[in-house]
Design a protein. Structure first.
Ligand code: SF4
Length: 353
Protein backbone atom coordinates (compact mmCIF):
# COMPACT_ATOMS: atom_id res chain seq x y z
CA UNK A 1 0.00 0.00 0.00
CA UNK A 2 1.15 3.53 -0.70
CA UNK A 3 1.82 5.99 2.09
CA UNK A 4 -0.87 8.50 3.00
CA UNK A 5 -0.44 12.15 2.09
CA UNK A 6 -2.61 15.04 3.24
CA UNK A 7 -3.71 17.62 0.65
CA UNK A 8 -5.66 20.30 2.48
CA UNK A 9 -8.71 18.45 3.80
CA UNK A 10 -8.14 15.44 1.50
CA UNK A 11 -6.22 12.24 2.15
CA UNK A 12 -4.37 10.76 -0.80
CA UNK A 13 -2.94 7.23 -0.92
CA UNK A 14 -2.83 4.74 1.92
CA UNK A 15 -5.95 2.95 0.66
CA UNK A 16 -8.14 6.07 0.73
CA UNK A 17 -10.69 6.46 -2.10
CA UNK A 18 -9.12 7.24 -5.47
CA UNK A 19 -9.33 10.99 -6.05
CA UNK A 20 -10.51 12.53 -9.33
CA UNK A 21 -8.68 15.58 -10.59
CA UNK A 22 -8.62 17.83 -13.59
CA UNK A 23 -6.96 21.04 -14.70
CA UNK A 24 -8.31 24.44 -15.69
CA UNK A 25 -7.57 25.78 -19.17
CA UNK A 26 -8.49 29.40 -18.53
CA UNK A 27 -5.86 32.12 -18.12
CA UNK A 28 -5.00 31.64 -14.43
CA UNK A 29 -4.62 35.42 -14.05
CA UNK A 30 -8.27 35.83 -15.00
CA UNK A 31 -9.60 35.05 -11.53
CA UNK A 32 -13.38 35.16 -12.27
CA UNK A 33 -13.06 32.88 -15.31
CA UNK A 34 -10.71 30.45 -13.55
CA UNK A 35 -12.83 30.37 -10.43
CA UNK A 36 -15.95 29.69 -12.51
CA UNK A 37 -14.20 26.72 -14.11
CA UNK A 38 -12.88 25.44 -10.76
CA UNK A 39 -16.40 25.59 -9.32
CA UNK A 40 -17.89 23.80 -12.35
CA UNK A 41 -15.25 21.07 -12.03
CA UNK A 42 -15.89 20.72 -8.30
CA UNK A 43 -19.64 20.52 -8.97
CA UNK A 44 -18.99 17.75 -11.49
CA UNK A 45 -17.10 15.78 -8.84
CA UNK A 46 -13.47 16.89 -9.10
CA UNK A 47 -11.81 16.32 -5.73
CA UNK A 48 -8.93 18.65 -6.50
CA UNK A 49 -8.16 21.01 -9.37
CA UNK A 50 -4.81 21.98 -10.87
CA UNK A 51 -4.04 25.41 -12.26
CA UNK A 52 -1.00 26.50 -14.28
CA UNK A 53 1.18 29.01 -12.46
CA UNK A 54 3.54 30.51 -15.02
CA UNK A 55 4.27 34.05 -13.86
CA UNK A 56 4.12 36.32 -10.83
CA UNK A 57 0.63 37.52 -11.63
CA UNK A 58 -0.54 33.90 -11.48
CA UNK A 59 0.93 33.56 -7.98
CA UNK A 60 -1.05 36.61 -6.88
CA UNK A 61 -4.21 35.12 -8.42
CA UNK A 62 -3.60 31.95 -6.38
CA UNK A 63 -4.71 33.66 -3.17
CA UNK A 64 -8.13 34.65 -4.59
CA UNK A 65 -8.53 31.26 -6.26
CA UNK A 66 -7.77 29.38 -3.04
CA UNK A 67 -10.19 31.60 -1.10
CA UNK A 68 -12.99 31.03 -3.62
CA UNK A 69 -12.43 27.36 -4.40
CA UNK A 70 -14.54 24.63 -2.80
CA UNK A 71 -11.74 22.07 -3.35
CA UNK A 72 -7.97 22.03 -2.75
CA UNK A 73 -5.92 23.53 -5.59
CA UNK A 74 -2.68 22.30 -7.13
CA UNK A 75 -0.17 24.70 -8.72
CA UNK A 76 1.49 23.41 -11.88
CA UNK A 77 4.95 24.95 -12.09
CA UNK A 78 7.81 24.41 -14.47
CA UNK A 79 11.41 25.36 -13.68
CA UNK A 80 10.83 28.48 -11.53
CA UNK A 81 11.33 27.83 -7.81
CA UNK A 82 10.29 31.41 -6.97
CA UNK A 83 6.83 30.78 -8.40
CA UNK A 84 6.64 27.63 -6.27
CA UNK A 85 7.55 29.55 -3.12
CA UNK A 86 5.03 32.31 -3.90
CA UNK A 87 2.23 29.84 -4.68
CA UNK A 88 2.83 28.12 -1.34
CA UNK A 89 2.92 31.44 0.52
CA UNK A 90 -0.42 32.23 -1.10
CA UNK A 91 -2.12 29.08 0.12
CA UNK A 92 -1.84 26.47 -2.62
CA UNK A 93 -2.58 22.96 -1.28
CA UNK A 94 -0.24 20.99 -3.52
CA UNK A 95 2.56 21.62 -6.02
CA UNK A 96 3.47 19.94 -9.25
CA UNK A 97 7.14 20.63 -9.90
CA UNK A 98 10.16 18.55 -10.82
CA UNK A 99 12.98 19.33 -8.38
CA UNK A 100 15.67 18.32 -10.87
CA UNK A 101 14.66 21.21 -13.13
CA UNK A 102 14.79 24.13 -10.70
CA UNK A 103 18.49 24.88 -10.61
CA UNK A 104 20.28 23.01 -7.85
CA UNK A 105 20.24 21.73 -4.28
CA UNK A 106 19.91 25.14 -2.60
CA UNK A 107 16.70 25.90 -4.43
CA UNK A 108 15.36 22.39 -3.85
CA UNK A 109 15.95 22.87 -0.14
CA UNK A 110 14.15 26.23 -0.18
CA UNK A 111 11.15 24.65 -1.89
CA UNK A 112 11.22 21.64 0.47
CA UNK A 113 11.46 23.86 3.58
CA UNK A 114 8.59 26.05 2.39
CA UNK A 115 6.49 22.97 1.52
CA UNK A 116 7.11 21.54 4.99
CA UNK A 117 6.16 24.83 6.67
CA UNK A 118 2.92 25.09 4.68
CA UNK A 119 2.09 21.34 4.58
CA UNK A 120 2.18 21.24 0.79
CA UNK A 121 2.85 17.86 -0.86
CA UNK A 122 4.77 17.86 -4.12
CA UNK A 123 3.96 15.83 -7.20
CA UNK A 124 6.83 14.94 -9.43
CA UNK A 125 5.48 14.54 -12.94
CA UNK A 126 7.61 12.75 -15.50
CA UNK A 127 6.43 12.48 -19.11
CA UNK A 128 7.93 10.16 -21.71
CA UNK A 129 8.78 13.26 -23.77
CA UNK A 130 10.78 14.93 -21.02
CA UNK A 131 13.00 12.13 -19.71
CA UNK A 132 16.62 13.23 -19.25
CA UNK A 133 18.97 12.60 -22.20
CA UNK A 134 21.32 10.47 -20.10
CA UNK A 135 18.49 8.11 -19.16
CA UNK A 136 17.29 7.89 -22.75
CA UNK A 137 20.85 7.01 -23.78
CA UNK A 138 21.24 4.52 -20.92
CA UNK A 139 18.01 2.67 -21.73
CA UNK A 140 17.84 3.31 -25.47
CA UNK A 141 14.66 5.39 -25.33
CA UNK A 142 11.70 6.31 -23.14
CA UNK A 143 11.11 2.83 -21.69
CA UNK A 144 9.45 2.20 -18.28
CA UNK A 145 12.83 1.88 -16.52
CA UNK A 146 13.85 5.31 -17.84
CA UNK A 147 10.60 6.99 -16.73
CA UNK A 148 10.69 5.46 -13.27
CA UNK A 149 14.39 6.17 -12.76
CA UNK A 150 13.75 9.76 -13.79
CA UNK A 151 10.87 10.15 -11.32
CA UNK A 152 12.77 8.50 -8.48
CA UNK A 153 15.80 10.68 -9.29
CA UNK A 154 13.70 13.82 -8.81
CA UNK A 155 12.24 12.32 -5.63
CA UNK A 156 15.73 11.66 -4.28
CA UNK A 157 16.51 15.38 -4.45
CA UNK A 158 13.54 16.10 -2.19
CA UNK A 159 14.44 13.21 0.11
CA UNK A 160 17.96 14.63 0.42
CA UNK A 161 16.34 17.92 1.45
CA UNK A 162 14.45 15.99 4.13
CA UNK A 163 11.05 16.10 2.45
CA UNK A 164 9.00 13.02 1.60
CA UNK A 165 5.44 14.28 1.10
CA UNK A 166 5.74 13.19 -2.50
CA UNK A 167 3.37 11.98 -5.19
CA UNK A 168 4.70 10.53 -8.44
CA UNK A 169 3.44 10.34 -12.00
CA UNK A 170 5.11 8.92 -15.09
CA UNK A 171 2.81 9.46 -18.02
CA UNK A 172 3.01 8.79 -21.71
CA UNK A 173 0.53 9.16 -24.56
CA UNK A 174 1.32 5.49 -25.22
CA UNK A 175 -1.04 3.36 -23.12
CA UNK A 176 1.23 0.34 -22.80
CA UNK A 177 4.25 2.42 -21.79
CA UNK A 178 2.13 4.27 -19.24
CA UNK A 179 0.79 1.08 -17.66
CA UNK A 180 4.18 -0.65 -17.54
CA UNK A 181 5.85 2.43 -16.05
CA UNK A 182 3.33 2.71 -13.22
CA UNK A 183 3.57 -1.02 -12.49
CA UNK A 184 7.32 -0.64 -12.16
CA UNK A 185 7.00 2.46 -9.96
CA UNK A 186 4.47 0.65 -7.75
CA UNK A 187 6.96 -2.19 -7.27
CA UNK A 188 9.83 0.17 -6.47
CA UNK A 189 8.39 2.71 -4.04
CA UNK A 190 5.44 3.45 -1.79
CA UNK A 191 4.80 7.02 -2.87
CA UNK A 192 1.16 7.63 -3.89
CA UNK A 193 0.73 7.53 -7.65
CA UNK A 194 -1.10 10.09 -9.78
CA UNK A 195 -2.23 8.03 -12.76
CA UNK A 196 -3.13 9.13 -16.26
CA UNK A 197 -2.43 8.73 -19.95
CA UNK A 198 -1.12 12.09 -21.06
CA UNK A 199 -2.15 13.93 -24.21
CA UNK A 200 -4.74 11.24 -24.81
CA UNK A 201 -6.46 13.32 -27.48
CA UNK A 202 -10.05 14.26 -28.21
CA UNK A 203 -12.83 12.93 -25.97
CA UNK A 204 -13.66 9.88 -28.16
CA UNK A 205 -10.29 8.18 -28.59
CA UNK A 206 -8.84 9.90 -25.54
CA UNK A 207 -11.46 8.46 -23.24
CA UNK A 208 -10.86 4.95 -24.57
CA UNK A 209 -7.08 5.28 -24.11
CA UNK A 210 -7.54 6.70 -20.61
CA UNK A 211 -10.05 4.04 -19.61
CA UNK A 212 -7.71 1.26 -20.73
CA UNK A 213 -4.60 2.78 -19.17
CA UNK A 214 -6.07 4.03 -15.92
CA UNK A 215 -8.52 1.13 -15.67
CA UNK A 216 -5.82 -1.54 -16.09
CA UNK A 217 -3.81 0.01 -13.29
CA UNK A 218 -6.75 0.51 -10.95
CA UNK A 219 -7.78 -3.13 -11.46
CA UNK A 220 -4.34 -4.09 -10.15
CA UNK A 221 -4.79 -1.79 -7.15
CA UNK A 222 -2.38 0.81 -8.59
CA UNK A 223 -3.31 4.49 -8.56
CA UNK A 224 -4.32 6.89 -5.80
CA UNK A 225 -5.55 9.80 -7.90
CA UNK A 226 -6.48 9.91 -11.57
CA UNK A 227 -6.55 12.54 -14.26
CA UNK A 228 -8.09 11.92 -17.65
CA UNK A 229 -6.33 14.27 -20.11
CA UNK A 230 -8.59 15.30 -22.98
CA UNK A 231 -8.25 18.17 -25.43
CA UNK A 232 -10.71 21.00 -24.86
CA UNK A 233 -13.19 21.67 -22.06
CA UNK A 234 -11.99 19.97 -18.82
CA UNK A 235 -15.51 19.03 -17.69
CA UNK A 236 -15.62 15.84 -19.82
CA UNK A 237 -12.35 14.79 -18.12
CA UNK A 238 -14.08 14.75 -14.77
CA UNK A 239 -17.05 12.81 -16.13
CA UNK A 240 -14.72 10.27 -17.75
CA UNK A 241 -12.74 9.94 -14.51
CA UNK A 242 -15.90 9.19 -12.61
CA UNK A 243 -17.12 6.79 -15.27
CA UNK A 244 -13.87 4.83 -14.89
CA UNK A 245 -14.18 4.68 -11.09
CA UNK A 246 -17.87 3.75 -11.25
CA UNK A 247 -17.24 1.04 -13.85
CA UNK A 248 -14.77 -0.55 -11.44
CA UNK A 249 -17.03 -0.03 -8.40
CA UNK A 250 -14.25 1.95 -6.74
CA UNK A 251 -16.44 4.97 -6.03
CA UNK A 252 -20.07 5.75 -6.60
CA UNK A 253 -21.66 9.08 -7.36
CA UNK A 254 -24.78 10.08 -9.24
CA UNK A 255 -26.64 8.17 -11.91
CA UNK A 256 -24.97 5.19 -13.51
CA UNK A 257 -26.90 4.32 -16.63
CA UNK A 258 -27.59 0.78 -17.77
CA UNK A 259 -29.01 0.81 -21.31
CA UNK A 260 -29.44 -2.08 -23.71
CA UNK A 261 -27.76 -1.98 -27.12
CA UNK A 262 -31.21 -2.40 -28.80
CA UNK A 263 -32.15 -5.11 -31.28
CA UNK A 264 -35.12 -6.23 -33.38
CA UNK A 265 -37.27 -6.57 -30.24
CA UNK A 266 -36.75 -2.95 -29.17
CA UNK A 267 -40.11 -1.31 -28.49
CA UNK A 268 -39.13 2.16 -27.22
CA UNK A 269 -36.55 4.81 -28.28
CA UNK A 270 -33.87 3.53 -25.90
CA UNK A 271 -31.05 5.87 -26.94
CA UNK A 272 -33.21 9.01 -26.84
CA UNK A 273 -34.61 8.11 -23.41
CA UNK A 274 -31.16 7.20 -22.07
CA UNK A 275 -29.61 10.44 -23.35
CA UNK A 276 -32.36 12.53 -21.78
CA UNK A 277 -32.15 10.67 -18.49
CA UNK A 278 -28.38 11.14 -18.34
CA UNK A 279 -28.65 14.83 -19.25
CA UNK A 280 -31.52 15.75 -16.96
CA UNK A 281 -30.31 13.77 -13.96
CA UNK A 282 -26.74 15.06 -14.20
CA UNK A 283 -27.19 17.12 -11.00
CA UNK A 284 -27.88 14.07 -8.86
CA UNK A 285 -25.01 13.01 -6.62
CA UNK A 286 -26.79 10.15 -4.82
CA UNK A 287 -25.43 6.88 -6.26
CA UNK A 288 -28.18 5.24 -8.31
CA UNK A 289 -28.29 2.71 -11.15
CA UNK A 290 -30.95 3.56 -13.72
CA UNK A 291 -31.84 1.16 -16.55
CA UNK A 292 -33.37 1.84 -19.95
CA UNK A 293 -34.16 -1.45 -21.71
CA UNK A 294 -35.81 -1.98 -25.06
CA UNK A 295 -38.17 -4.83 -24.19
CA UNK A 296 -39.62 -6.81 -21.32
CA UNK A 297 -38.53 -10.16 -22.77
CA UNK A 298 -35.02 -9.67 -21.48
CA UNK A 299 -35.22 -6.11 -20.24
CA UNK A 300 -36.40 -6.60 -16.69
CA UNK A 301 -34.04 -9.52 -16.18
CA UNK A 302 -31.08 -7.70 -17.70
CA UNK A 303 -31.91 -4.52 -15.83
CA UNK A 304 -32.51 -6.12 -12.44
CA UNK A 305 -29.15 -4.82 -11.24
CA UNK A 306 -30.67 -1.35 -11.42
CA UNK A 307 -32.36 0.58 -8.62
CA UNK A 308 -34.99 1.81 -11.05
CA UNK A 309 -35.61 1.30 -14.74
CA UNK A 310 -37.95 1.20 -17.65
CA UNK A 311 -38.45 -1.47 -20.31
CA UNK A 312 -40.40 -1.36 -23.55
CA UNK A 313 -43.78 -3.01 -23.04
CA UNK A 314 -45.25 -3.09 -26.55
CA UNK A 315 -47.14 -0.45 -28.59
CA UNK A 316 -44.96 2.33 -27.19
CA UNK A 317 -45.95 1.53 -23.61
CA UNK A 318 -43.42 0.76 -20.92
CA UNK A 319 -42.92 -1.15 -17.74
CA UNK A 320 -41.44 0.70 -14.77
CA UNK A 321 -39.53 -1.37 -12.29
CA UNK A 322 -38.18 -0.36 -8.93
CA UNK A 323 -35.94 -2.70 -6.99
CA UNK A 324 -37.97 -5.05 -4.85
CA UNK A 325 -41.35 -3.93 -6.23
CA UNK A 326 -43.82 -5.38 -8.75
CA UNK A 327 -43.30 -3.95 -12.27
CA UNK A 328 -45.85 -1.26 -13.15
CA UNK A 329 -47.29 -0.64 -16.66
CA UNK A 330 -46.79 2.98 -17.76
CA UNK A 331 -47.79 4.96 -20.85
CA UNK A 332 -46.84 8.35 -22.29
CA UNK A 333 -43.55 10.24 -22.02
CA UNK A 334 -41.42 7.36 -20.72
CA UNK A 335 -38.30 9.47 -20.18
CA UNK A 336 -40.30 11.92 -18.08
CA UNK A 337 -41.88 9.09 -16.06
CA UNK A 338 -38.47 7.57 -15.35
CA UNK A 339 -36.89 10.92 -14.45
CA UNK A 340 -39.76 11.73 -12.05
CA UNK A 341 -39.43 8.32 -10.43
CA UNK A 342 -35.69 8.75 -9.87
CA UNK A 343 -36.20 12.23 -8.41
CA UNK A 344 -38.92 10.97 -6.10
CA UNK A 345 -36.53 8.29 -4.85
CA UNK A 346 -33.59 10.61 -4.18
CA UNK A 347 -35.49 13.77 -3.16
CA UNK A 348 -36.46 16.82 -5.20
CA UNK A 349 -33.07 18.50 -5.50
CA UNK A 350 -31.13 15.29 -5.96
CA UNK A 351 -28.31 16.76 -3.90
CA UNK A 352 -28.85 14.79 -0.72
CA UNK A 353 -26.17 12.22 0.06
FE1 SF4 B 1 -33.08 -6.47 -27.45
FE2 SF4 B 1 -34.67 -6.46 -25.30
FE3 SF4 B 1 -32.04 -7.04 -25.02
FE4 SF4 B 1 -32.78 -4.56 -25.58
S1 SF4 B 1 -33.27 -5.68 -23.71
S2 SF4 B 1 -31.16 -5.72 -26.59
S3 SF4 B 1 -34.55 -4.88 -26.87
S4 SF4 B 1 -33.59 -8.22 -26.13
Amino acid sequence: MTREIQIGKLKLGGGNPVLVQSMTNTDTRDVPATLAQIRALAEAGCDLVRVSVYDEECTRAVRALVDGSPVPLVADIHFDYKLALAAMENGIAKLRINPGNIGGAVRVRMVADCARAHHVPIRIGVNSGSVEKELLAKYGGPVPEALVESALGHARLLEQAGYEEIVLSMKSSDVRLTVESYRLAHARCDYPLHVGVTEAGLPGQGTVKSAIGIGSLLLDGIGDTIRVSLSGDPLPETKAGWDILRALNLRTRGVQLIACPTCGRTGIPVAAIAERVERELGDITVPMKVAVMGCVVNGIGEGKEADVGIAGGGNGAGVLFVKGQEPEKVQGDLAEILIRKVRSLVGQTGKRE
